[in-house]
Design a protein around this ligand. Structure first.
Ligand code: HEM
Length: 319
């Protein structure tokens, strides 16, 4: 105890604090409660429905759960990106954490697909337009934090963009701009205009911060001994496949269930040409392209919900 007290005094003095004041304060401090620490009351008061339909609560809360997990994912990405002495074991253990979160999200997406009454969803969704999960800023930050910008650029424009392209220009050619534009006029939709008004500055700053620190560049900059670590390569492949195929497929299936439930296909609340836009076989989003074989890349998104293959040796992939 004596040593502990001395250490506390030394710490407070080093911070220019008076230890006596702190010790006296401790005499009056309240005991810690679960509800204060976890902020349960605040958390449970964040659900505001726009209709009286009971299933709308499921929709709101499941999105909130997603956003919490997105925050946990970004937390791990940051720890890899800003680690000054990165080793394969640390990298792969953090990727495995991220994959567990994304596995949870893919595995639970049926809460959206099967867990709400179609008739209720088709009613409350009309009160949400033009909002869409498309406007999840954290989802976009996960993408910027995971890979190089070139892998997020719409295929049609990739040859015109390189590392010297200004961030704003690259931003205008990200794959998801396609969902926010009228195909004929090229005009941006309200969905994307509002999104950019709110987050454009944050995104450009984040793109700059992660330009050389995203997971893919970080991996490529590792020494060969670390880079060729089989566990690490498998962790990266697992993450890539879970986010860009499994999650995207579950999301697509849920959207298809509702939007195709009527006689005529319904429009997405965000207004995208959703069927073409959302299917992974069209977008072929891949965070770590060189960790897949040519064949795997060719059939990306067509493997449906099969699990990705775990490598037993580093042969056949493109690194
Ligand atoms: C019934 C459930 C859902 C349906 C029907 C649905 C539908 C859609 C549609 C049609 C789009 C395309 C953009 C648009 O025009 O709106 C979209 C995009 C998106 N949604 Fe959902 N969604 C659902 C649940 C979720 C959930 C739970 C999340 C989690 C946060 C989410 C996140 C996203 C994201 C990140 C995008 C953009 C993805 C991309 O650009 O490829 N969605 N959604």
């Amino acid at each position: 105890m004596d040593q502990l007290i001395q250490d506390i005094i030394a710490k407070l003095e080093a911070e220019g604090q008076n230890p006596k004041t702190h010790f006296e304060g401790m005499l009056f401090s309240k005991p810690m409660n679960y509800w204060d620490y976890i902020q349960t009351e605040a958390l449970l008061n964040l659900q505001t429905q726009r209709t009286n339909l009971p299933d709308e609560l499921i929709f709101i809360m499941y999105h909130q759960i997603n956003e919490l997990l997105f925050k946990m994912i970004l937390w791990e990405i940051e720890q890899v990106a800003f680690n000054k002495n990165l080793k394969a074991n640390f990298f792969s253990s953090r990727l495995d954490r991220i994959s567990r979160y994304f596995d949870l999200l893919s595995g639970s997406f049926k809460i959206m697909g099967d867990g709400m009454e179609v008739a209720q969803y088709m009613k409350f969704r009309n009160t949400l337009a033009p909002a869409s999960g498309f406007q999840s800023a954290q989802y976009r930050m996960i993408e910027f934090g995971s890979t190089e910008l070139i892998n997020l650029i719409d295929f049609r424009f990739r040859s015109s963009i390189n590392r010297n392209t200004p961030f704003k220009h690259a931003f205008e050619h990200l794959y998801w701009q396609a969902a926010g534009k009228n195909h004929e006029t090229g005009e941006k939709s309200t969905l994307i205009n509002l999104f950019e008004e709110k987050y454009m500055d944050t995104f450009i700053r984040f793109m700059k911060d992660y330009n050389t620190k995203n997971l893919w560049t970080t991996y490529k900059n590792l020494p060969d001994t670390e880079k060729n670590n089989l566990n690490l390569v498998n962790s990266m492949r697992h993450y890539d496949h879970t986010v860009n195929v499994l999650w995207v497929m579950e999301h697509f299936n849920a959207a298809a269930k509702y939007l195709e439930s009527g006689k005529k296909s319904a429009e997405a609340t965000g207004g995208s040409d959703w069927k073409k836009y959302m299917h992974p076989k069209y977008q072929k989003r891949v965070f770590f392209p060189e960790l897949w074989t040519e064949e795997e890349l060719k059939t990306w998104g067509e493997q449906n919900l099969e699990n990705h293959k775990i490598l037993t040796k580093l042969e056949g992939i493109l690194i």
